[in-house]
Ligand binder design. Structure first.
Ligand code: SAM
Ligand code: SF4
Length: 487
């Protein structure tokens, strides 16, 4: 690159004062010893205690760490079934029978870091590197829009060639590129931690949610798995979303990569992260939580060796405990999981999934799932149409709605209505409207038939006559060719 070497660039990324200001007595909010102690203290929770905790979640209250520790340690299958049912009830209460759908878009896989589990790590010589040009990006966006997508998560490795200015340019291109009346209406970003100044630039260009996963909250394991590069700095990453909120990016997404360390510890870490964000930002925690599981990646032997990998049954349990611990937070289930697992787990409380995903760089326009250009290998390769049809068969409306964000229903406003269980009063009608657009413009005949029946059921179930009338009017206008109508 130009005058500045990669090394010089790396030396200037981290701004220690933007980390230290959030610490208490020089310590971050993850106290490893305390988490282990809580998990030990709550080793044998009794039935009564678990049922009281479930009742608290059902009232949409966030749990305290000792309560989450008790749920994690439950060994009674009957109680687990009660928890699965409670997860579904909470989801229905807060979000209704609605799943928000998006596509991941990998933009650049150059990376200065050495995360031992990732196919993009700098020293992986088998990884074919590419950074999309703006023309290539336009082709990717067009291919996605033609399939019916409206929401993206754009993903980048950490490298000076994909710094904040490049990310801002790619966001602009994503919003500008149209195909007929089709367009991307919300672009979330999953990228490396940034400074407050850089995050303000992303806020300016209309970033959706900014996601950074801590991977594992366990300090010592984190250190081992991130031996070099900027990502070796645990604190810079841990407070990245505090900085995003400080910069005015209202919606932030936390996550842990399960399979790196003890799953119970990392669920506790996600909860402590939520609590610390709430503490600093007037009760507003993360907008979404992600819980990817470690997947095989090209030339990445760590994945096979890790002794912390979890089976499908445990995965369902951890998703359930997250749902009960933070009842009002969005939860993202990715296509790393296969279709069977996704169908099973979606009902214990997930609110968002990606579908029709291709994570090879340039993969949508070339329709080429080249494994060497992928960060890891996907488990669910259903098309968007197939995934939507399967969800519809389960009674779920796929929502492409982005109205909430464009009307300023983000951050504390969103949290407030979510905590009161009111999101679906606006969101369910809007989900129906975007689903109708999808059925008319992009769906196969089979999906359209199932989808139209579901829309009829949802309209009949709307609790308010005035809202129903408005939705019926909008549906007629959509049939007549209008688009992007929302309440
Ligand atoms: N480079 C940025 C970072 O590390 O934050 C953002 C992009 S990274 C490509 C997105 C996420 O992919 C990581 O945060 C990590 O959780 C996940 N990931 C990495 N390797 C993985 C693997 N082998 N299986 C599943 N997920 C993986
Ligand atoms: Fe780079 Fe992110 Fe992969 Fe780590 S997880 S090697 S930072 S792309």
């Amino acid at each position: 690159m130009g005058k500045v070497s990669v090394k010089e660039w790396m030396d200037n990324v981290i701004k220690p004062e933007q980390v230290e200001k959030y610490k208490e007595n020089g310590k971050d909010f993850i106290d490893d010893g305390y988490i282990h102690e809580l998990l030990l203290q709550k080793k044998q929770p009794d039935k009564q205690e678990i049922r009281e905790i479930i009742a608290k979640s059902l009232e949409l209250n966030r749990l305290e760490p000792e309560e989450t520790a008790a749920l994690l340690n439950c060994t009674d299958e009957e109680l687990w079934h009660e928890m699965y049912e409670a997860g579904l009830k909470i989801k229905q209460k807060v979000y209704g029978r609605r799943i928000v759908t998006f596509a991941p878009l990998y933009i650049s896989n150059y990376c200065v870091n050495s995360c031992v589990y990732c196919g993009f790590r700098g020293e992986n010589e088998k990884s074919v590197r590419h950074r999309l040009t703006m023309d290539e990006l336009r082709e990717e966006i067009k291919a996605l829009v033609k399939k019916g997508h409206k929401r993206l998560i754009m993903v980048y490795g950490e490298h000076p060639t994909s710094d904040v200015n490049y990310i801002a340019d790619t966001l602009r291109v994503a919003y500008e590129t149209k195909v007929g009346s089709g367009e991307i209406r919300r672009s979330n970003v999953n990228a490396a931690p940034m400074s407050v100044e850089d995050l303000k630039i992303l806020k300016e260009v209309g970033i959706g949610t900014f996601q950074v996963f801590q991977e594992t909250y366990h300090h010592e394991t984190y250190k081992k798995l991130h031996p070099r590069g900027i990502k070796a700095d645990y604190g810079w990453r841990l407070y990245s979303l505090h900085r995003a909120m400080e910069a005015g990016v209202d919606d932030v997404g936390i996550g842990a990569l399960f399979g790196l360390y003890d799953w119970k510890f990392d669920v506790m870490g996600l909860l402590f992260h939520t609590i610390d964000l709430e503490k600093h930002f007037g009760g507003v925690g993360p907008h979404t939580i992600s819980f990817p599981r470690l997947e095989p990646a090209v030339n990445t032997p760590f994945v096979e060796k890790s002794s912390y990998k979890i089976d499908d049954k445990t995965f369902k349990k951890l998703v359930t405990v997250i749902r009960l611990s933070v009842p009002y937070t969005g939860m993202i289930l990715t296509a790393r999981e296969n279709a069977q697992v996704r169908n099973e787990v979606v009902s214990v409380g997930c609110t968002q999934i990606d579908a029709g995903s291709n994570i090879a760089i340039g993969g949508y326009s070339k329709d080429d799932p080249d494994h060497n250009r992928q960060q890891f290998i996907l488990g669910d390769n259903r098309s968007l149409d197939e995934a939507i049809r399967d969800l519809a068969k389960m009674g779920y409306i796929t929502s492409f709605c982005t109205a909430g964000y464009r009307c300023g229903r983000t951050g504390d406003y969103f949290m407030d209505i979510a905590k009161k269980g009111k999101v679906h009063h606006l969101c369910m009608p809007n989900a129906v409207l975007t689903f109708k657009e999808y059925l008319l413009d992009y769906a196969s005949d089979e999906t359209r038939e199932i989808g139209e029946k579901l829309i009829e059921q949802e309209i009949a179930a709307l609790p308010n006559d005035l809202v129903r009338e408005k939705v019926l009017e909008f549906l007629e206008r959509i049939e007549a060719g209008e688009r992007d109508l929302y309440l």
